[in-house]
Design a protein around this ligand. Structure first.
Ligand code: ZN
Length: 126
């Protein structure tokens, strides 16, 4: 593939880890042909998970190690174990006695036991 001065930004969904293309373009200021067709632009959220976030759901991603609000471990160091559960933001804030900041995507990397617990609760409610 020949290089170009314009590139399409790809992002990785912070919830499910899927890489997807965005409509964002990046342009080299000096029009140097330095880009591949796609460039990885960091974290985002895929359509599905953006929609859930818009509907005020918090994504709890089963991972190793779990991180909660601990920002000393970056998301790229979390190993996704497969399960993702969504709970309403107000329920989350009650359960964890915390306020989610609105400038961050509503996602938490949590341990397997917590996912078990929430699946059980959701099963009981259904
Ligand atoms: Zn996703």
């Amino acid at each position: 593939m020949t290089k170009s001065y314009v590139t399409i930004i790809d992002r990785v969904c912070i919830v499910c880890g899927t890489q997807y293309s965005t409509n964002e373009l990046a342009l080299d200021k000096h029009l140097r042909a330095k880009y591949e067709q796609h460039t990885l632009g960091g974290w985002g959220a895929c359509d599905t998970h953006q929609k859930l976030a818009d509907d005020e759901y918090v994504a709890l991603v089963e991972s190793e190690p779990p991180m909660y609000g601990n920002k000393t471990v970056p998301p790229e160091d979390a190993v996704r174990l497969g399960r993702i559960v969504h709970i309403k933001k107000n329920i989350f804030e009650e359960m964890f006695d915390t306020k989610l900041s609105t400038d961050r995507f509503p996602v938490c990397f949590v341990e397997a036991e917590l996912v078990d617990h929430i699946e059980k609760l959701q099963g009981a409610m259904a």
